[in-house]
Design a protein around this ligand. Structure first.
Ligand SMILES: *Cc1c(COP(=O)(O)O)cnc(C)c1O
Length: 369
């Protein structure tokens, strides 16, 4: 390596200030480090039921076609999504995970002179895509760990181009009601795109869900983002999508990589969408597991942030970092959230009953030692 080569001086200014996304620790990595098996991973809000049997069958067939390029327009998946959500296929943008869609949105609409608003304790990808462009991130202090929509609306200026809202939010699990959201949308001028990230939508009880897809007719500046990574159990394949005004989708489509959703992901997402039983089972497992973790917290006198997602963020105190390490040594991977300005909390994904038990037992041992 020559010493005169300084890559950072050649990079875009916004990039040098970024830290790479910190993913949950992979099971294989901890296995290697500790030389143990039976590791429980409750760190990335994945579906503990795994992949739906119907998806597995569809994938077996799809493998045979992999010599061909994928369907660049995802015709069958968009058609099924359009039917399910009563929207037009021209409103849908498919993504290599919904992270891809969030980045596409920022790259399509946000310029360096713009401001992008998001909440404290919200998903880390929002500041990441903003800073990568060199735009100005505007982080609005949270209220009760969740989005303070009044303060976010008040932060809008003539330079604001985008607002990210996660509902439910990750990593706090906080939730905004449809009334709160609609009152907010009524206040936001149309030069600002409101990106409503509903990655955990399926876990919200039906009567509480916002009719976000129906709102698209009324709010042309609204973009709804969803994913197959959580309740649909396809985090490893990368499949997500946005639904928006057709003109927004058309513009995003111009910079989208032609095959950003691969053929296995297209096939699996379609099969997952049609497998309503697996989705219902996933939601039921989540409700029971949430109860288990809440009962544990109550018994231990631990505070937690009431969650509408598939995870619970528990206040374990200033030793959170140490507990995270001790849990790893016990073979349980959870997620430290100090990077989200929550240094006293740990985020625990809801697993199967015995996985939740493993966390509770290890945590109880750690707390009492
Ligand atoms: C998990 C998650 C996503 C989904 O990301 P994918 O790229 O679709 O896997 C999006 N937003 C939030 C807030 C999330 O927690």
């Amino acid at each position: 390596m020559t010493t005169t080569f300084k890559a950072a001086e050649l990079a875009l200014p916004g990039i040098t200030s970024l830290q790479p996304y910190q993913a949950g620790k992979p099971i294989e990595e901890l296995e290697r480090e500790l030389g143990i098996k039976n590791i429980v991973k409750l760190a990335s809000n994945e579906n503990p039921l795994g992949v739906s049997p119907a998806v597995q069958v569809a994938l077996t067939t799809a493998v045979k076609g992999l010599a061909r390029y994928p369907d660049a327009n995802g015709f069958y998946l968009k058609d099924a999504l359009a039917t399910k959500f009563s929207v037009d296929a021209s409103q849908i943008t498919l993504g290599n995970g919904s992270n891809d869609v969030l980045e596409l949105l920022a790259r399509t609409f946000v310029q360096p002179e713009h401001e992008v608003i998001f909440s404290q304790h919200a998903f880390v990808v929002y500041p990441l895509v903003t800073k990568a462009i060199g735009a100005t991130p505007v982080q609005v202090p949270a209220k009760d760990y969740g989005h303070d929509l009044d303060a976010m609306a008040a932060a809008v200026t003539s330079k604001t181009r985008m607002i990210f809202i996660a509902n439910p939010n990750n990593p706090t699990g906080t939730f905004l009601t449809k009334q709160q959201l609609q009152a907010f949308l009524d206040k936001i001028p149309t030069h600002v795109l409101v990106v409503l990230d509903e990655a955990y939508y399926e876990y919200v009880p039906e009567h509480e869900r916002a009719p976000s897809m129906q709102w698209l007719d009324r709010y042309p500046n609204l973009v709804v983002s969803r994913t197959f990574s959580k309740a649909y159990g396809l985090a490893g394949l990368r499949a997500g999508f946005a639904v928006s005004h057709p003109d927004v989708a058309d513009l995003m489509n111009r910079i989208r990589q032609p095959f950003n959703m691969n053929q296995l992901a297209l096939t699996a997402a379609l099969a997952a969408l049609l497998d309503e039983k697996f989705l219902a089972d996933s939601i039921a497992v989540n409700s029971r597991g949430m109860r288990q973790l809440i009962d544990f917290c109550d018994a231990q006198g631990l505070n937690y942030i009431p969650s509408h997602g598939n995870f619970l963020t528990i206040e374990v105190g200033p030793q959170a970092g140490k507990y995270y390490q001790q849990l790893l040594e016990a073979g349980v991977i959870v997620r430290p959230v100090a990077g989200y300005e929550l240094p006293n909390h740990l985020r625990v994904s809801i697993g199967l009953a015995d996985e939740n038990d493993a966390f509770c037992a290890a945590m109880e041992r750690i707390l009492s030692s």
